[in-house]
Design a protein around this ligand. Sequence first.
Ligand code: ADP
Length: 408
Amino acid sequence: MTRHIEMLDALFKYATEGIVVVNKEGVIVKLNPKAVKLFGYTEQELTGKKIEVLIPQRHAVDHQKHRAKYFNAPRARGMGGLLDLFAKRKDGSEFPVEVSLSPFKTSEGDFVVSFIIDITDRKTQESLIAQANQQITKLNEELEDRVQRRTQELALAIKKVEQSQEEVMRALKKERELNNMKSQFVTIASHEFRTPLATILSSASLIGRYQTSEEEDKRKKHVLRIKSAVTNLTEILNDFLSLGKLEEGQVKVVYVETDLPQYFGGLIEEIKGLCKKGQKIHFLHTGIDAVWLDKQLLKNIIINLLSNSIKYSEPDTNIQLHVEATEERIQITLQDEGIGIPDVDKDHIFDRFYRAKNAGNAQGTGLGLNIVHHYVELLGGSISFTSEMGVGTRFEVIIPNHQADHEA
Ligand code: ADP
């Protein structure tokens, strides 16, 4: 029995928790050395005092109420629930504590023993951990921010690379097209140049042989042949030149004020020489005279279309050229009585190097309409056609009259 008491006494004395026993009135009846040390009082100073001396002033009143309630239904439990509890030392300083309560009865009445642990270290650690956590969160946020920024920068860089890649691909494609065109030029030149060159050669050598004045007519005929062959060659070269310029984006549009009847009169005069025997170009102009247009580009368009009508029509046929102009637009229609374009070829007629099946021996490269199409586009206009085999072909070009821009 005595051993038991000794053991309990040792437990009480050497416990690492502060132990304070109070009676029903909240008066301290006993406390262990650890409690003495925790609160900085002597044992005598605390014995007989209300437990509230160990509680900060702001919680003391509440504590009294809790204490009264506790004695009504006492049971062993932790104190304060989830609240942070503080205790007060003799010098008034506070420290965080964890307290658990256990009621017991003796012959002298009801008591409560409270076990008190100073959790300053734990709290410091917790706050350090909280601080560290806060820092980690901040760092994380910064990191996420940086990652996001870098991702954006990377996306931008990738886009730029893709763009320049596209540019390179475009340039490469253009280069390839140009190369393609050049090799097609060589093919076409070696084929198309052969006939006119042979004509020139034979006509020239024949001319050399006609020495008498009676042979003047024959000489003239061969001079004409040579001229026409040279015109042919020049046309082919011009087409390639135009296409090359178009490909390289060198064709610039320049609008000038133009008198339509005079302008078209000049064009017809220029092309008349190409007409076959008995072919006639009938020109009709309606609407206003003065318009704004690009003379060079429109000339190319009209000459191309007219020379096709001439080329793909028999002698003694008519070509109607109708130009109608308003303040807004210029509409040019060209109707011939030629061989027409077969239905199967209609979808491809504007393709580069495309020639219809019935083009036969008529000299050509299949470039003219492709160039015309590009030019019409450059002028912001449109081109369309209808054609019937053996009846004729009708081309219609509509381009804006740029008068409005210049008057503004
Ligand atoms: P080409 O140098 O062969 O004349 P174009 O591009 O000018 O090339 O014309 C393409 C093809 O369209 C011609 O080969 C021809 O078959 C057809 N074509 C163009 N204009 C006419 C027309 N007025 N009548 C009949 N066929 C035409």
